[in-house]
Write a new protein. Sequence first.
Length: 294
Amino acid sequence: MLQKQLGPLRARADAALESFLPNVETPPLRLHAAMRYAVLAPGKRIRPILTYATGLALHAADAALDGPAIAVELIHAYSLIHDDLPAMDDDDLRRGRPTCHRQFDEATAILAGDALQALAFDALLTPDAPSSAETRLEMVQTLAHASGSTGMAGGQALDLAAVGQRLTLEELENIHNHKTGALIQASVMLGYLAGTDRDPDLAERLRRYAQCIGLAFQVQDDILDVEGDTTVIGKPQGSDAELDKPTYPNILGLDGAKATARELCEEAIACLDPLAERASTLAMIADYIVRRDR
């Protein structure tokens, strides 16, 4: 059932990304090859799927969703390239393949990340999308805030500063509300902005849904770092422990972390009550996030 619901959305995201990225035959060849390598690696595509699922639940025009879905995945891909660099997490594997700076070189990886960030905002401004100019500006602002120093980039800064520290649960949640949660929330809210059902109460419920699944996503990542298989999760198992990074299992214990993930999933699904059956895919995504093995 899950694959039946999410498979077509994942395939749509892959096709849209493939079409939008610069061709490998367009100079500068090495830079464009690195961009495509990082973005088109096999991935879950949770963020664009969230954009599609939210927009479709709110009667968005079909053509209004590809641009926002592309944009959030390009921002995500750029962040992974930069997170993996020697100056940050210094990872060798990503999605089961050599990281971008290992496959190419460090300078090319930095430039690929920079270029993907710029391309993400271009995706929101494609001239053939049916969204109004005002809506597109709202989307740009939403993605910019989620990506910057008060969102994802700020969360990465907090995460780096926390290495070797002993944090409270509230401090750890603050890091991940920024590092992971901000872009997941933007993914949902871009779908909301593309839709026709504008309602402040619904918007707040969707924000809380996104906040819950964003935290649950990180809790499950931390659990997989303890229990996961490197060949399945696509990155070295135990890397967080090796870097002495604070994690949910460290603070709550493994059983406590699993219970927290389930509670967050349940709260997220409860936030969707007003949408009833229209939110079935969003509810499935919440459940998938805490059950996934990679």
